[in-house]
Design a protein around this ligand. Structure first.
Ligand code: GTP
Ligand code: MG
Length: 479
């Protein structure tokens, strides 16, 4: 398949730390593979190692790095970069291009000073290394399943001859590609710059490198100051523009404040948009991609209910997502915060769904949205075997088990939502005289009529509505 061959061959690199189980390690790598796939990379090899900590030099140890070099065609060891004036010029040029390039890529090139080749923490026993199988194609990309420092990125680049990205870099890049609305684009741009700026700082003054070249440092610092200032200015500008958009959104949200709202939240790819489509008949994007949705969408439950219920589709969560990236998706968090009911969507067919649920809870906890009433929805049960499903039902007796592809299941979710809101309605009497018939329209949209009796003077209604709505309608007819 020639189209496959055009995708950059990629090797995943990870260290399994002592606190990480084999399953967690495998799941994290599988997820990184899917992130790479979403970005259009072709994962051809995986290079992992058990270590007590990440090597400061190049993440993996010396022996592993040598193996990595063998499959990528690089020297397999950290090559000190001579301090040449052209390096600085290049660093500055590359910093200038920060808007056009991969954030992480730019950061990793963002001027590394002098030799970081010496590392006193090599600790592994090279004899015990598992051999690394030679892939069918030679990798040109290295993707690391940890957040790495610019010097680690640089060292990996010299040792492998490959481009190097870390997990955050991959996610930021996916966000960048999938952002459509002005708001999402601004948020991603801010996140990219916020991700680049601290790394530029670290690459020049990193605490772990005390042997930084003193010569030429002054010029380097001023170039750095310039980059940082430019980034700060740009971020301020973007925030300003974003604030205007968000004020507008807040106004719209305030408008909906009366309405009964459900937010679909959960891990990326859990099926939030699929359920959104099924519940509201809207045409939101559904795709087998991570972070397909980067905008929140709000639609009424369809067919419409009386009173109306609004459903919002939100941006998904993921493990190890840097906090400033989460925070940048303000609208998702606002939707979750202001909803009356949260639907936690989980891909039950994913072996790591328990940890996905945990991540979702953690993020919502951080924004103080855990007080909002919630229901867990185990989705994609059409992919489960009978006994798997049984086990899951026992484990999560309160969850709703569905396939977003099944009409009956979606109808059950719909009923759950309606029941939830109905429980908050109170029943009351409303007498609408013939000269106040204009109020009837209002009654129809904001309340449900459960009984009516026509008299000489008008209609005696029994209605169910929110207590506040009932009071409002009663004052309307009394005037
Ligand atoms: N088999 C099966 N596939 C499903 C089900 N629900 C969703 N999917 C598929 O799962 C993939 C992701 O669905 P989306 O609805 O886009 O997921 P999402 O939670 O909105 O994902 P992001 O927006 O990327 O965070 C798509 O390929 C869907 O067709 C289901 O119940 N059964
Ligand atoms: Mg989606």
């Amino acid at each position: 398949m020639s189209s496959k061959d055009e995708r950059p061959a990629t090797v995943l690199v990870a260290v399994q730390l002592p606190s990480v189980t084999d399953e967690e390690h495998a799941a994290s790598l599988a997820e990184l593979g899917r992130l790479c796939h979403t970005l259009g990379l072709d994962v051809v090899a995986t290079c992992t190692q058990r270590r007590s900590h990440l090597s400061k030099g190049a993440v993996v140890g010396k022996g592993k790095l040598k193996q990595l070099g063998e499959i990528t065609g690089g020297p397999g060891k950290i090559v000190s970069v001579a301090k040449q004036p052209k390096d600085k010029a290049r660093a500055r040029r590359e910093a200038d291009q920060e808007h056009d390039e991969f954030a992480a890529h730019a950061a990793s090139h963002g001027a590394s000073h002098g030799e970081e080749g010496h590392d006193d923490d090599w600790e592994e026993d090279d004899d015990e290394l598992e051999p690394l199988a030679r892939p069918a194609r030679r990798p040109t990309m290295v993707v690391v399943d940890h957040e790495i420092t610019p010097s680690q990125a640089r060292n990996l680049e010299t040792a492998t001859g490959c481009e190097v990205l870390d997990r955050t870099g991959v996610i930021v890049e996916i966000f960048h590609r999938h952002a459509h609305s002005r708001e999402a684009k601004l948020q991603v741009e801010i996140a990219r710059l916020s991700y680049v700026a601290p790394r530029l700082r670290e690459s020049r003054t990193g605490g772990d490198r005390v042997r930084g070249g003193v010569g030429g440092k002054g010029a380097g610092e001023s170039a750095l100051e310039l980059d940082r200032r430019r980034i700060r200015d740009r971020v301020a500008e973007l925030r300003h523009e974003l604030a205007a958009i968000q004020r507008d959104q807040d106004r719209r949200r305030a408008h909906r404040r009366d309405a009964r709202r459900v937010a679909l939240v959960g891990y990326t790819n859990a099926g939030k948009s699929s359920l959104m489509r099924a519940l509201t008949g809207s045409e939101v994007l559904v795709a087998d991609k991570l972070f397909a949705t980067l905008d929140t969408t709000v639609r009424a439950l369809h067919p419409e209910t009386r009173p109306r219920v609004l459903v919002s589709d939100t941006v998904g969560f993921i493990k190890k997502l840097p906090h400033d990236l989460v925070a940048s998706f303000k609208s998702t968090l606002d939707e979750a915060h202001e909803a009356s009911l949260l639907m936690f969507l989980v891909d039950a067919s994913d072996p790591t769904h328990e940890s996905q649920l945990k991540v979702t809870r953690e993020v919502l906890g951080e924004i103080g949205a855990l007080d909002v009433p919630s229901r867990v929805i185990m989705n994609k049960i059409d992919r489960l075997e009978e006994d798997q499903l049984k086990r899951l039902r026992r484990k999560h007796p309160d969850a709703i088990f569905i396939s977003a592809k099944s009409k009956d299941d979606v109808a059950r979710v719909r009923q759950t939502i309606i029941d939830f809101f109905d429980a908050q309605l109170t029943e009351g009497e409303l007498f609408v005289p013939y000269d106040k018939q204009a109020v009837m329209n209002d009654v129809h949209t904001s309340a449900r009529i459960v009984g009516e009796e026509w008299t000489e003077e008008g209609a005696r209604l029994t209605i169910r509505a929110e207590p506040a709505t009932l009071a409002r309608l009663q004052s309307l007819v009394a005037k």
